[in-house]
Write a protein that binds this ligand. Structure first.
Ligand SMILES: Cc1cc2nc3c(=O)[nH]c(=O)nc-3n(C[C@H](O)[C@H](O)[C@H](O)COP(=O)(O)OP(=O)(O)OC[C@H]3O[C@@H](n4cnc5c(N)ncnc54)[C@H](O)[C@@H]3O)c2cc1C
Length: 511
């Protein structure tokens, strides 16, 4: 019998006992529960939302957000806290784009020109888990040669060997918003239909209690929006509430440690970064390309997408972080007259002004493009708690997302690098129409939330160890992009799932 409980029906003060308690039934919480189903020990999955979107649950995500750069005024992005994540079973997976990729090797390495970069685990040690994550998400593994995606009339665009730019492989996976919704529903059914998993809906974890010695979590308090609450006791806990909420709950759970759980060195909430997207049409790529743009090997994707990146060598030479250029043919086929595309580019945001296209010959295909750039890990870019509380009494998030001048310089320099190199390679010409001073106002913050409980073996420099266990708390683990120490530029979910599956193996051994 599948065990799905509606927490509204659990009696006040009830205690649930289990071996493993997973907090958050989003993409990774579900992956971990599925991996440990039928293992012979008790698994409880606590999910704040219901099966469908519900406004009052989503409102618990409200908070204050500000985006600022050293050289620019700040921008209120409070809305970002409720538009970049979704509080319901399946989490943000209900809305995600399904783009998956594996970050390049350099992201895991210490890049001397980016302070605090690198991971304490290698990419190669994660590779088996990436393969498993591909299976979980229903995509081909990354050694797959997508011959059927190729346009037989045009060879694939290959920049490898130029030493300057290269392609990065992506695939698209199941998502709650796509025509493959049924596959996403299957993903969720892995927890709703498995009798070995006890799933609680409308179960908001609002506090965590420690044992006498202060060395482990003994229980969590669950509250609902209808005023009943209960306790869950477990041997092991996994916090999987998303890249922002993981930090929020640690900071809020301060009964024993006034600065917050696992926050003895003030590291929780720090090093927040996302991926800044310059916005569609902020760069226009004009090409006579005979090659195909189908570098983005999509499932059922009609339009070819190309995702290009600067090589490790080019990054080192120009002291730049990871950056990608996404060329989206999104229906823009060769045009005789390129003017409409340009118009839509600068009309999209009047503040961009008309791009200076003098000396720029318009011919060939026009492809809109956008740039995504990695921010250098920055301790001052962070989440703290405000004095405001949500309707369950949990202090709300205040996101202070800071860009340094270096981050802004890097965006401009990466755009120039792409433009120069593509011109030099004779692949076409690119016109960056970015305005450095308006970058933070025009750019779109991606829905990727990285870094707030970063992994580092030294408790003074990170929140979790290499097993994703919170330093100083024997039985509390974190799953999600909050543990990434360096963001890289690839969409995070495949890595989140790979780390979650690695953690599942560790928990299986411990339990
Ligand atoms: C519009 C959009 C497009 C995206 N596109 C992509 C993409 O193409 N590729 C990619 O890799 N990523 C993409 N992402 C990001 C992706 O969705 C996330 O990386 C992924 O969902 C993170 O998984 P998670 O399990 O860590 O968090 P989530 O999926 O957000 O799940 C967290 C879960 O925790 C629950 N929860 C929160 N607080 C509590 C609490 N106190 N108690 C109990 N439960 C709680 C939530 O309800 C939720 O179900 C996109 C996101 C959005 C919004």
């Amino acid at each position: 019998m599948p065990m799905v409980f509606d927490s509204y029906e659990i009696s006040n003060g009830h205690t649930v006992k289990t071996d493993l308690c997973i907090i958050g039934g989003g993409m990774v919480g579900i992956a971990i529960a599925r991996a440990l189903a039928q293992s012979g020990f008790g698994v409880v999955l606590l999910e704040s939302g219901g099966r469908d979107y519900e406004g009052p649950s989503q409102a618990l995500y409200q908070g204050k957000g500000e985006l600022s750069g050293e050289a620019a005024a700040s921008r209120d992005i409070s809305n970002y806290l409720v538009t970049s994540r979704f509080r319901q079973l399946g989490g943000s997976g209900n809305k995600w784009g399904g783009k998956c990729g594996i970050p390049d090797e350099e992201v895991f390495e210490d890049r001397s020109w980016i302070p605090n970069s690198g991971w304490p685990i290698s990419r190669s040690s994660l590779m088996p888990f990436y393969d498993q994550a591909c299976d979980v998400l229903g995509i081909n593994k990354f050694d797959y040669d997508p011959a059927e995606m190729r346009d037989p009339k045009r060879p694939s665009l290959s920049l490898n060997g130029s030493g300057i730019t290269t392609s990065t492989r992506h695939m698209t996976a199941v998502t709650g918003r796509s025509p493959q919704k049924t596959e996403f529903e299957d993903y969720i059914r892995g927890v709703t239909d498995d009798p070995s998993i006890d799933l609680y809906l409308h179960a908001n974890v609002v506090d965590m209690a420690m044992n006498e010695a202060g060395s482990a979590v003994s229980s969590v308090k669950v509250a609902t929006l209808r005023d009943n609450s209960f306790i869950v006791r477990a041997k092991q806990f996994v916090l999987a509430t998303g890249g922002i909420e993981n930090a929020r709950l640690l900071l809020h759970a301060n009964q024993r440690q006034p600065e917050g759980l696992g926050n003895q060195h003030g590291m929780v909430g720090r090093y927040f970064s996302g991926h800044m997207t310059t916005g569609n049409n902020s760069l226009l790529y004009f090409t006579n390309l005979a090659q195909s743009l189908s570098l983005y090997t999509g499932r059922n994707r009609k339009f070819p997408w190309g995702v290009l990146k600067t090589t490790k060598m080019a990054q080192a030479k120009h002291r730049l972080p990871n950056a990608t250029l996404t060329l989206s043919a999104n229906g823009v086929s060769p045009r005789e007259d390129d003017e409409p595309v340009l118009k839509s580019a600068y009309l999209a945001d009047g503040r961009l002004g008309r791009p200076d296209l003098s000396g720029f010959k318009l011919k060939g295909n026009v492809v809109s493009a956008y740039l995504m750039s990695e921010e250098a890990p920055n301790a001052e870019s962070r989440i703290v708690l405000s004095e405001d509380r949500d309707s369950l009494g949990v202090r709300r998030v205040q996101l202070d997302w800071k860009f340094t001048s270096g981050d802004l310089d890097a965006i401009m320099a990466s755009a120039d690098l792409f433009a120069r190199e593509m011109g030099a390679l004779g692949l076409g010409r690119m016109k960056p129409i970015l305005n450095r001073n308006l970058l933070l106002f025009n750019a779109g913050p991606s829905s990727h939330h990285v870094g707030t409980t970063r992994m580092h073996p030294d408790p003074k420099r990170g929140v979790v160890d290499t097993d994703c266990r919170v330093h100083g708390v024997g039985n509390l683990y974190i799953a999600g992009s909050s543990v990434f120490p360096s963001a890289g530029i690839v969409n995070p979910t495949l890595t989140i799932i790979a780390l979650g599956l690695k953690l599942s193996g560790h928990l299986r051994n411990r339990l």
